[in-house]
Design a binder for this molecule. Structure first.
Ligand code: PA5
Length: 443
Protein backbone atom coordinates (compact mmCIF):
# COMPACT_ATOMS: atom_id res chain seq x y z
CA UNK A 1 0.00 0.00 0.00
CA UNK A 2 1.15 3.54 -0.80
CA UNK A 3 2.52 5.25 2.30
CA UNK A 4 3.35 8.87 3.08
CA UNK A 5 6.24 9.58 5.43
CA UNK A 6 5.96 13.22 6.50
CA UNK A 7 8.36 13.32 9.49
CA UNK A 8 10.77 15.65 7.68
CA UNK A 9 8.03 18.25 7.28
CA UNK A 10 7.49 18.51 11.02
CA UNK A 11 8.99 20.78 13.63
CA UNK A 12 10.32 17.83 15.65
CA UNK A 13 12.78 17.09 12.83
CA UNK A 14 13.40 20.40 11.05
CA UNK A 15 12.75 22.81 13.90
CA UNK A 16 10.98 26.11 13.51
CA UNK A 17 10.79 25.84 9.71
CA UNK A 18 8.63 22.75 10.11
CA UNK A 19 4.90 22.33 10.55
CA UNK A 20 3.61 21.76 14.07
CA UNK A 21 0.95 19.28 15.17
CA UNK A 22 -0.91 22.28 16.56
CA UNK A 23 -1.10 23.86 13.11
CA UNK A 24 -2.58 20.69 11.68
CA UNK A 25 -5.01 20.37 14.57
CA UNK A 26 -5.94 23.99 13.91
CA UNK A 27 -6.97 23.26 10.34
CA UNK A 28 -8.98 20.15 11.19
CA UNK A 29 -12.39 21.83 11.14
CA UNK A 30 -11.74 23.13 7.62
CA UNK A 31 -10.57 19.67 6.53
CA UNK A 32 -13.79 18.13 7.89
CA UNK A 33 -15.84 20.64 5.91
CA UNK A 34 -13.92 19.89 2.71
CA UNK A 35 -14.25 16.16 3.33
CA UNK A 36 -18.03 16.57 3.55
CA UNK A 37 -18.06 18.58 0.31
CA UNK A 38 -16.03 15.91 -1.48
CA UNK A 39 -18.25 13.10 -0.17
CA UNK A 40 -21.40 15.01 -1.15
CA UNK A 41 -19.88 15.36 -4.66
CA UNK A 42 -20.48 19.06 -4.32
CA UNK A 43 -18.99 19.60 -7.77
CA UNK A 44 -19.85 17.33 -10.74
CA UNK A 45 -16.13 17.07 -11.57
CA UNK A 46 -15.67 14.92 -8.45
CA UNK A 47 -17.06 12.19 -10.71
CA UNK A 48 -13.44 11.08 -11.15
CA UNK A 49 -13.99 9.18 -7.88
CA UNK A 50 -16.78 7.16 -9.49
CA UNK A 51 -14.32 5.87 -12.11
CA UNK A 52 -13.17 3.29 -9.58
CA UNK A 53 -16.47 1.44 -10.07
CA UNK A 54 -16.58 1.51 -13.87
CA UNK A 55 -17.31 -1.42 -16.15
CA UNK A 56 -14.26 -2.11 -18.31
CA UNK A 57 -15.78 -4.76 -20.61
CA UNK A 58 -15.93 -2.51 -23.70
CA UNK A 59 -12.38 -1.23 -23.08
CA UNK A 60 -11.10 -4.81 -22.91
CA UNK A 61 -12.99 -5.78 -26.05
CA UNK A 62 -11.57 -2.92 -28.12
CA UNK A 63 -8.07 -3.47 -26.74
CA UNK A 64 -8.15 -7.15 -27.60
CA UNK A 65 -9.16 -6.30 -31.16
CA UNK A 66 -6.31 -3.75 -31.41
CA UNK A 67 -3.80 -6.30 -30.08
CA UNK A 68 -4.97 -8.87 -32.57
CA UNK A 69 -5.10 -6.70 -35.70
CA UNK A 70 -2.73 -3.75 -35.28
CA UNK A 71 1.00 -3.38 -35.34
CA UNK A 72 0.84 0.23 -34.15
CA UNK A 73 -1.32 2.13 -31.71
CA UNK A 74 -1.16 5.89 -32.23
CA UNK A 75 -2.61 8.18 -29.56
CA UNK A 76 -3.56 11.72 -30.59
CA UNK A 77 -4.27 13.93 -27.59
CA UNK A 78 -2.78 16.63 -25.41
CA UNK A 79 -2.68 17.58 -21.71
CA UNK A 80 -4.75 15.16 -19.65
CA UNK A 81 -5.56 13.24 -22.82
CA UNK A 82 -1.92 12.24 -23.34
CA UNK A 83 0.07 12.61 -20.11
CA UNK A 84 -1.80 9.80 -18.32
CA UNK A 85 -1.39 7.21 -21.12
CA UNK A 86 2.29 8.13 -21.41
CA UNK A 87 2.79 7.75 -17.65
CA UNK A 88 1.23 4.27 -17.77
CA UNK A 89 3.27 3.24 -20.79
CA UNK A 90 6.64 4.30 -19.38
CA UNK A 91 5.97 2.96 -15.88
CA UNK A 92 4.60 -0.42 -16.87
CA UNK A 93 6.24 -1.17 -20.22
CA UNK A 94 9.50 0.77 -20.55
CA UNK A 95 11.23 0.66 -23.95
CA UNK A 96 7.97 -0.90 -25.15
CA UNK A 97 8.48 -0.38 -28.87
CA UNK A 98 11.81 -2.18 -28.97
CA UNK A 99 10.32 -5.65 -28.48
CA UNK A 100 6.55 -5.44 -28.10
CA UNK A 101 3.53 -5.18 -30.37
CA UNK A 102 1.55 -3.12 -31.03
CA UNK A 103 4.10 -0.33 -30.95
CA UNK A 104 2.73 2.73 -29.18
CA UNK A 105 3.16 6.34 -30.28
CA UNK A 106 1.82 9.28 -28.30
CA UNK A 107 1.59 12.35 -30.52
CA UNK A 108 0.72 15.15 -28.10
CA UNK A 109 2.01 18.18 -29.91
CA UNK A 110 1.73 19.69 -33.35
CA UNK A 111 5.42 19.53 -34.12
CA UNK A 112 5.57 18.50 -37.79
CA UNK A 113 8.96 16.78 -37.38
CA UNK A 114 7.54 14.40 -34.77
CA UNK A 115 4.54 13.48 -36.90
CA UNK A 116 6.76 12.99 -39.92
CA UNK A 117 8.91 10.54 -37.96
CA UNK A 118 5.92 8.65 -36.61
CA UNK A 119 4.44 8.32 -40.07
CA UNK A 120 7.73 7.05 -41.43
CA UNK A 121 7.76 4.33 -38.72
CA UNK A 122 4.09 3.29 -38.66
CA UNK A 123 2.41 1.67 -41.63
CA UNK A 124 -1.07 3.21 -41.50
CA UNK A 125 -2.70 0.06 -42.87
CA UNK A 126 -1.71 -1.66 -39.65
CA UNK A 127 -2.29 1.29 -37.32
CA UNK A 128 -5.12 1.90 -34.86
CA UNK A 129 -5.48 5.63 -34.23
CA UNK A 130 -6.84 6.53 -30.80
CA UNK A 131 -8.07 10.15 -30.84
CA UNK A 132 -8.59 11.45 -27.31
CA UNK A 133 -10.18 14.78 -26.49
CA UNK A 134 -12.75 15.40 -23.77
CA UNK A 135 -13.98 18.66 -25.26
CA UNK A 136 -13.78 17.24 -28.75
CA UNK A 137 -12.43 20.51 -30.06
CA UNK A 138 -8.82 21.05 -28.91
CA UNK A 139 -7.03 22.56 -31.91
CA UNK A 140 -3.84 20.47 -31.63
CA UNK A 141 -5.67 17.14 -31.36
CA UNK A 142 -8.25 17.96 -34.01
CA UNK A 143 -5.55 19.16 -36.45
CA UNK A 144 -3.56 15.94 -36.12
CA UNK A 145 -6.78 13.90 -36.34
CA UNK A 146 -7.68 15.70 -39.60
CA UNK A 147 -4.26 14.86 -41.04
CA UNK A 148 -4.50 11.22 -39.96
CA UNK A 149 -8.04 10.91 -41.31
CA UNK A 150 -6.91 12.24 -44.67
CA UNK A 151 -3.85 9.99 -44.80
CA UNK A 152 -5.81 6.95 -43.64
CA UNK A 153 -8.33 7.56 -46.45
CA UNK A 154 -5.49 7.22 -48.93
CA UNK A 155 -4.05 4.18 -47.18
CA UNK A 156 -7.08 1.92 -46.63
CA UNK A 157 -10.50 1.36 -48.18
CA UNK A 158 -12.51 1.72 -44.93
CA UNK A 159 -10.65 4.17 -42.66
CA UNK A 160 -13.37 4.23 -39.99
CA UNK A 161 -12.16 0.82 -38.77
CA UNK A 162 -8.77 2.29 -37.89
CA UNK A 163 -10.11 4.98 -35.55
CA UNK A 164 -11.13 4.78 -31.91
CA UNK A 165 -12.45 7.99 -30.39
CA UNK A 166 -12.41 8.70 -26.67
CA UNK A 167 -14.44 11.80 -25.90
CA UNK A 168 -17.48 13.26 -24.18
CA UNK A 169 -20.50 10.92 -24.25
CA UNK A 170 -22.60 13.47 -26.13
CA UNK A 171 -20.97 16.80 -26.89
CA UNK A 172 -18.23 18.14 -29.14
CA UNK A 173 -16.99 17.93 -32.72
CA UNK A 174 -15.19 14.62 -32.27
CA UNK A 175 -18.32 12.94 -30.89
CA UNK A 176 -20.29 14.29 -33.88
CA UNK A 177 -17.75 13.05 -36.44
CA UNK A 178 -17.31 9.70 -34.66
CA UNK A 179 -21.06 9.10 -34.61
CA UNK A 180 -21.52 10.13 -38.22
CA UNK A 181 -18.62 8.04 -39.50
CA UNK A 182 -19.29 5.10 -37.21
CA UNK A 183 -15.98 4.98 -35.29
CA UNK A 184 -15.64 2.75 -32.29
CA UNK A 185 -15.96 5.07 -29.28
CA UNK A 186 -15.43 5.08 -25.54
CA UNK A 187 -16.70 7.85 -23.28
CA UNK A 188 -15.06 10.01 -20.68
CA UNK A 189 -17.92 10.44 -18.19
CA UNK A 190 -19.49 13.87 -18.34
CA UNK A 191 -18.10 15.33 -15.11
CA UNK A 192 -14.54 14.02 -15.46
CA UNK A 193 -12.13 16.69 -16.72
CA UNK A 194 -8.95 15.98 -18.70
CA UNK A 195 -6.32 15.99 -15.99
CA UNK A 196 -8.43 13.72 -13.72
CA UNK A 197 -9.14 11.23 -16.52
CA UNK A 198 -6.21 8.80 -16.38
CA UNK A 199 -8.34 6.09 -14.76
CA UNK A 200 -11.08 6.50 -17.38
CA UNK A 201 -10.83 4.91 -20.87
CA UNK A 202 -8.17 7.59 -21.56
CA UNK A 203 -5.54 5.61 -19.64
CA UNK A 204 -7.22 2.23 -19.37
CA UNK A 205 -7.50 1.51 -23.10
CA UNK A 206 -3.75 2.06 -23.54
CA UNK A 207 -3.12 -0.10 -20.46
CA UNK A 208 -5.12 -3.00 -21.92
CA UNK A 209 -3.52 -2.55 -25.35
CA UNK A 210 -0.07 -3.05 -23.81
CA UNK A 211 -1.29 -6.05 -21.83
CA UNK A 212 -1.87 -4.43 -18.44
CA UNK A 213 -4.95 -5.44 -16.45
CA UNK A 214 -6.98 -2.25 -16.05
CA UNK A 215 -8.92 -3.99 -13.26
CA UNK A 216 -5.73 -4.10 -11.17
CA UNK A 217 -5.26 -0.34 -11.62
CA UNK A 218 -8.82 0.30 -10.50
CA UNK A 219 -8.43 -2.11 -7.58
CA UNK A 220 -5.32 -0.25 -6.42
CA UNK A 221 -7.12 3.06 -6.75
CA UNK A 222 -10.12 1.68 -4.86
CA UNK A 223 -7.95 0.41 -2.00
CA UNK A 224 -6.16 3.73 -1.56
CA UNK A 225 -9.49 5.51 -1.79
CA UNK A 226 -10.60 3.90 1.45
CA UNK A 227 -7.66 5.73 3.09
CA UNK A 228 -8.00 8.95 1.07
CA UNK A 229 -11.64 9.28 2.11
CA UNK A 230 -11.01 9.11 5.84
CA UNK A 231 -12.29 12.34 7.39
CA UNK A 232 -9.55 12.14 10.04
CA UNK A 233 -6.59 14.04 8.61
CA UNK A 234 -3.94 12.07 10.52
CA UNK A 235 -5.17 8.88 8.83
CA UNK A 236 -5.67 10.33 5.36
CA UNK A 237 -2.46 10.53 3.27
CA UNK A 238 -4.03 12.69 0.54
CA UNK A 239 -5.45 15.30 2.95
CA UNK A 240 -2.20 15.35 4.92
CA UNK A 241 -0.10 15.77 1.76
CA UNK A 242 -2.24 18.72 0.62
CA UNK A 243 -2.41 20.31 4.06
CA UNK A 244 1.35 20.12 4.64
CA UNK A 245 2.16 21.68 1.26
CA UNK A 246 -0.51 24.32 1.81
CA UNK A 247 0.88 25.23 5.26
CA UNK A 248 4.45 25.30 3.93
CA UNK A 249 3.37 27.81 1.29
CA UNK A 250 1.13 29.94 3.50
CA UNK A 251 3.43 30.04 6.56
CA UNK A 252 6.92 29.57 5.09
CA UNK A 253 6.48 30.93 1.52
CA UNK A 254 7.61 27.62 0.06
CA UNK A 255 5.61 27.65 -3.14
CA UNK A 256 7.65 25.21 -5.26
CA UNK A 257 7.00 21.49 -4.95
CA UNK A 258 9.68 19.23 -6.39
CA UNK A 259 8.46 15.72 -7.21
CA UNK A 260 11.40 13.35 -7.52
CA UNK A 261 10.70 9.68 -8.16
CA UNK A 262 13.67 7.33 -7.85
CA UNK A 263 12.70 5.29 -10.90
CA UNK A 264 13.12 6.15 -14.59
CA UNK A 265 9.71 4.72 -15.37
CA UNK A 266 8.02 7.23 -13.07
CA UNK A 267 9.44 10.35 -14.76
CA UNK A 268 6.34 10.76 -16.96
CA UNK A 269 4.21 10.27 -13.85
CA UNK A 270 5.95 13.32 -12.36
CA UNK A 271 5.08 15.21 -15.56
CA UNK A 272 1.47 14.02 -15.31
CA UNK A 273 1.39 15.26 -11.70
CA UNK A 274 2.71 18.66 -12.82
CA UNK A 275 -0.26 19.28 -15.08
CA UNK A 276 -2.65 18.16 -12.37
CA UNK A 277 -1.10 20.31 -9.65
CA UNK A 278 -0.37 23.41 -11.78
CA UNK A 279 -3.59 23.65 -13.74
CA UNK A 280 -5.78 22.78 -10.78
CA UNK A 281 -4.30 25.14 -8.21
CA UNK A 282 -2.80 28.04 -10.16
CA UNK A 283 -5.55 30.63 -10.12
CA UNK A 284 -6.67 33.85 -8.40
CA UNK A 285 -3.02 34.73 -7.73
CA UNK A 286 -2.61 31.51 -5.71
CA UNK A 287 -0.99 28.18 -6.48
CA UNK A 288 1.94 25.87 -5.98
CA UNK A 289 4.55 25.43 -8.70
CA UNK A 290 5.27 21.76 -9.42
CA UNK A 291 8.78 20.84 -10.49
CA UNK A 292 9.30 17.43 -12.11
CA UNK A 293 12.57 15.72 -11.37
CA UNK A 294 14.26 12.33 -11.39
CA UNK A 295 16.45 10.57 -8.86
CA UNK A 296 19.30 9.92 -8.81
CA UNK A 297 19.93 11.78 -12.09
CA UNK A 298 18.95 15.23 -10.80
CA UNK A 299 21.10 14.93 -7.69
CA UNK A 300 23.85 15.75 -10.16
CA UNK A 301 21.96 18.62 -11.71
CA UNK A 302 19.41 20.23 -9.35
CA UNK A 303 20.27 19.21 -5.80
CA UNK A 304 22.77 22.01 -5.25
CA UNK A 305 19.95 24.51 -5.81
CA UNK A 306 17.63 22.70 -3.40
CA UNK A 307 20.32 22.52 -0.72
CA UNK A 308 21.74 26.03 -0.85
CA UNK A 309 19.45 28.02 -3.12
CA UNK A 310 16.39 30.03 -2.11
CA UNK A 311 14.25 28.55 0.66
CA UNK A 312 11.18 28.29 -1.54
CA UNK A 313 10.83 24.54 -2.08
CA UNK A 314 9.48 21.35 -0.59
CA UNK A 315 10.99 18.16 -2.01
CA UNK A 316 8.67 15.16 -2.37
CA UNK A 317 10.42 11.85 -2.99
CA UNK A 318 8.79 8.81 -4.53
CA UNK A 319 10.52 5.73 -3.23
CA UNK A 320 10.12 2.22 -4.67
CA UNK A 321 10.67 -0.63 -2.18
CA UNK A 322 11.15 -3.44 -4.66
CA UNK A 323 12.41 -2.88 -8.22
CA UNK A 324 11.51 -6.43 -9.19
CA UNK A 325 14.96 -7.03 -10.71
CA UNK A 326 18.44 -6.27 -9.47
CA UNK A 327 22.15 -6.38 -10.24
CA UNK A 328 24.95 -7.14 -7.89
CA UNK A 329 27.88 -4.82 -8.39
CA UNK A 330 30.79 -7.22 -8.96
CA UNK A 331 33.88 -7.21 -6.77
CA UNK A 332 36.18 -6.11 -9.57
CA UNK A 333 39.02 -3.57 -9.43
CA UNK A 334 39.56 -4.61 -5.78
CA UNK A 335 42.83 -2.79 -5.50
CA UNK A 336 41.35 0.58 -6.51
CA UNK A 337 40.16 2.29 -3.35
CA UNK A 338 37.69 4.57 -5.18
CA UNK A 339 35.75 1.64 -6.65
CA UNK A 340 36.18 -1.37 -4.32
CA UNK A 341 33.67 -0.14 -1.70
CA UNK A 342 30.84 -0.61 -4.24
CA UNK A 343 31.62 -4.29 -4.90
CA UNK A 344 29.09 -6.69 -3.39
CA UNK A 345 26.31 -4.11 -3.13
CA UNK A 346 23.29 -4.09 -5.42
CA UNK A 347 22.03 -1.37 -7.76
CA UNK A 348 18.73 -1.23 -5.86
CA UNK A 349 20.74 -0.86 -2.65
CA UNK A 350 22.66 2.03 -4.20
CA UNK A 351 19.60 3.87 -5.54
CA UNK A 352 17.85 3.52 -2.15
CA UNK A 353 20.95 4.73 -0.30
CA UNK A 354 21.11 7.75 -2.65
CA UNK A 355 17.47 8.61 -1.97
CA UNK A 356 17.86 8.23 1.80
CA UNK A 357 21.09 10.25 1.78
CA UNK A 358 19.42 13.09 -0.09
CA UNK A 359 16.52 13.00 2.35
CA UNK A 360 18.98 13.14 5.27
CA UNK A 361 21.06 15.90 3.75
CA UNK A 362 18.00 18.09 3.19
CA UNK A 363 16.60 17.39 6.66
CA UNK A 364 19.96 18.09 8.32
CA UNK A 365 19.89 21.66 7.00
CA UNK A 366 16.18 21.96 7.85
CA UNK A 367 14.87 21.88 4.29
CA UNK A 368 11.42 20.23 4.34
CA UNK A 369 10.80 17.05 2.41
CA UNK A 370 8.51 14.05 2.49
CA UNK A 371 8.45 10.60 0.95
CA UNK A 372 5.74 8.68 -0.82
CA UNK A 373 6.63 4.97 -0.83
CA UNK A 374 5.16 2.31 -3.07
CA UNK A 375 6.06 -1.37 -2.69
CA UNK A 376 6.63 -1.81 -6.44
CA UNK A 377 5.84 -0.36 -9.84
CA UNK A 378 2.89 -2.39 -11.08
CA UNK A 379 -0.66 -1.72 -12.26
CA UNK A 380 -2.08 -1.93 -8.73
CA UNK A 381 0.31 0.66 -7.28
CA UNK A 382 0.13 2.96 -10.33
CA UNK A 383 -3.62 3.05 -9.72
CA UNK A 384 -2.86 4.06 -6.12
CA UNK A 385 -0.43 6.80 -7.11
CA UNK A 386 -2.83 8.32 -9.66
CA UNK A 387 -5.81 8.30 -7.35
CA UNK A 388 -3.84 9.54 -4.35
CA UNK A 389 -2.59 12.56 -6.31
CA UNK A 390 -6.03 13.29 -7.77
CA UNK A 391 -7.76 13.33 -4.38
CA UNK A 392 -4.88 15.36 -2.89
CA UNK A 393 -5.16 17.92 -5.70
CA UNK A 394 -8.94 18.34 -5.51
CA UNK A 395 -8.67 18.63 -1.71
CA UNK A 396 -5.86 21.21 -1.90
CA UNK A 397 -7.86 23.27 -4.40
CA UNK A 398 -10.72 23.42 -1.91
CA UNK A 399 -8.25 24.35 0.84
CA UNK A 400 -7.11 27.33 -1.25
CA UNK A 401 -10.71 28.19 -2.09
CA UNK A 402 -10.14 27.82 -5.84
CA UNK A 403 -11.96 25.63 -8.34
CA UNK A 404 -9.52 22.74 -8.92
CA UNK A 405 -11.31 21.61 -12.07
CA UNK A 406 -11.28 24.56 -14.46
CA UNK A 407 -8.47 26.32 -16.33
CA UNK A 408 -9.75 29.81 -17.25
CA UNK A 409 -6.21 31.11 -17.76
CA UNK A 410 -5.65 28.73 -20.66
CA UNK A 411 -8.63 30.07 -22.60
CA UNK A 412 -7.16 33.44 -23.63
CA UNK A 413 -4.22 31.82 -25.45
CA UNK A 414 -6.63 29.38 -27.11
CA UNK A 415 -8.82 32.28 -28.28
CA UNK A 416 -5.82 34.04 -29.86
CA UNK A 417 -4.94 30.79 -31.66
CA UNK A 418 -8.51 30.47 -32.95
CA UNK A 419 -8.30 34.10 -34.19
CA UNK A 420 -4.95 33.57 -35.91
CA UNK A 421 -6.16 30.36 -37.54
CA UNK A 422 -9.34 32.06 -38.81
CA UNK A 423 -12.02 30.40 -36.66
CA UNK A 424 -15.42 32.05 -37.09
CA UNK A 425 -16.35 34.34 -34.19
CA UNK A 426 -12.71 35.11 -33.24
CA UNK A 427 -12.06 37.97 -35.72
CA UNK A 428 -11.48 40.49 -32.92
CA UNK A 429 -8.85 38.22 -31.37
CA UNK A 430 -7.07 38.01 -34.71
CA UNK A 431 -6.92 41.82 -34.92
CA UNK A 432 -5.67 42.05 -31.33
CA UNK A 433 -2.94 39.47 -32.07
CA UNK A 434 -1.86 41.25 -35.25
CA UNK A 435 -1.58 44.56 -33.39
CA UNK A 436 0.53 43.02 -30.65
CA UNK A 437 2.95 41.28 -32.98
CA UNK A 438 5.23 44.34 -33.52
CA UNK A 439 7.42 43.19 -30.67
CA UNK A 440 11.01 44.47 -30.30
CA UNK A 441 13.42 41.96 -31.82
CA UNK A 442 17.12 41.42 -32.16
CA UNK A 443 19.04 38.87 -34.19
O1 PA5 B 1 -7.33 19.21 -17.62
C1 PA5 B 1 -7.88 19.62 -18.63
O2 PA5 B 1 -9.11 19.59 -18.77
C2 PA5 B 1 -7.07 20.15 -19.80
O3 PA5 B 1 -5.76 20.40 -19.48
C3 PA5 B 1 -7.14 19.15 -20.94
O4 PA5 B 1 -6.59 17.93 -20.54
C4 PA5 B 1 -6.42 19.64 -22.20
O5 PA5 B 1 -6.68 20.98 -22.46
C5 PA5 B 1 -6.90 18.81 -23.39
O6 PA5 B 1 -8.28 18.93 -23.50
P1 PA5 B 1 -9.17 17.93 -24.32
O7 PA5 B 1 -9.09 16.59 -23.71
O8 PA5 B 1 -10.54 18.52 -24.24
O9 PA5 B 1 -8.65 17.93 -25.72
Amino acid sequence: MLELNFSNMMGEVIGEKGVSERQIEGIKAVVHEIDKRIKAKERPELAFIDLLEQDTAEIKKIASDVREKSENFLILGIGGSALGPRAILEALSPFHNLDKKPKVFVYDNVDPRTLHRILSLADLKKTAVNVITKSGSTAETIASFMILWDKMNSAVSDPTKNFIAITDPEKGSLRKIANEKGFRTLSIPQGVVGRYSVLSPVGLLLAEVIGIDSGEMLKGAGDIHSKCSDAEIWKNPAYLFGTLLYLMEREEKRNINVLIPYADGLKPTAEWFCQLWAESLGKSGLGLTPYPSLGTTDQHSQLQLWMEGPEDKVVVFIKVDDYGVDFEIPRVFKDVEGTSYLGGHTLSGLIKAEQESTELALSKIKRPNMTISIPKIDAYHMGQLFHFFEVATAFTGFLYGVNPFNQPGVEEGKNFTYGMMGKKGYEAKRKEAEKASNAKRVS
